[in-house]
Design a protein around this ligand. Structure first.
Ligand SMILES: [Zn+2]
Length: 105
């Protein structure tokens, strides 16, 4: 997976193209991610209890990881980060355009 939890990603296709958000959850086996504020679905729910009255809820649905790119904090571009190891041994992912660290590997 090129994308990890807490990464900021930019959506590159679909209805939310161009939007950015934070990765809330990754599903490595399915190559899908849930991104905060992206791909909202409306779902009707039945009342379960007095505390959960049901009705229309909106929540983020998983999207395919190929539809997002990690957003570089420095150049702001969507990037397919490269994995590398820093001199002190830390493994990181870096922007393939400006070499800024975008997250841990
Ligand atoms: Zn960059």
């Amino acid at each position: 997976m090129r994308v990890a939890k807490d990464d900021t990603v930019v959506v590159i296709s679909g209805d939310d193209k161009g939007k950015t958000g934070k990765v809330l959850k990754v599903f490595p086996g399915k190559h899908r991610v849930i991104v905060e504020g992206i791909n909202f679905i409306k779902r009707h729910t039945k009342p379960k209890s007095r505390m959960q009255p049901g009705g229309l809820i909106e929540k983020e649905a998983p999207i395919d990881v190929s539809n997002v790119m990690v957003q570089c904090p420095r150049c702001g571009e969507g990037t397919r980060p490269k994995r590398t190891r820093l001199v002190e041994g830390r493994r990181v992912r870096i922007c393939n355009k400006c070499n800024e660290i975008v997250g841990k590997a």
